[in-house]
Design a protein around this ligand. Structure first.
Ligand SMILES: [Zn+2]
Length: 79
């Protein structure tokens, strides 16, 4: 058996719990970002009338259903 002082045991316990909480936070943040990216993957905001619409087509330019302007596709982080 390895002799461990009470202070070292408390420190190890706290370090493990903080590591567990930090890991859960990282997984939660990654999962939330992934779901957000999936949800807004096809969302486009028109540059002319600011109308937001979804367009799942693979064309480089999307046509706004309100004003018929051509819009470039952008990543969700740029919206
Ligand atoms: Zn428009």
């Amino acid at each position: 058996m390895i002799p461990v002082s009470l202070n070292a045991l408390i420190f190890i316990y706290l370090a493990l719990m903080l590591g567990l909480i930090f890991s859960a936070w990282l997984v939660s943040t990654w999962s939330r970002r992934s779901r957000k990216r999936q949800a807004f993957r096809h969302l486009i905001r028109c540059s002319m009338c600011a109308f937001e619409f979804e367009d799942a087509a693979q064309t480089p330019l999307a046509v706004c259903p309100r004003c018929a302007a051509l819009n470039e596709r952008r990543r969700a982080s740029q919206l």
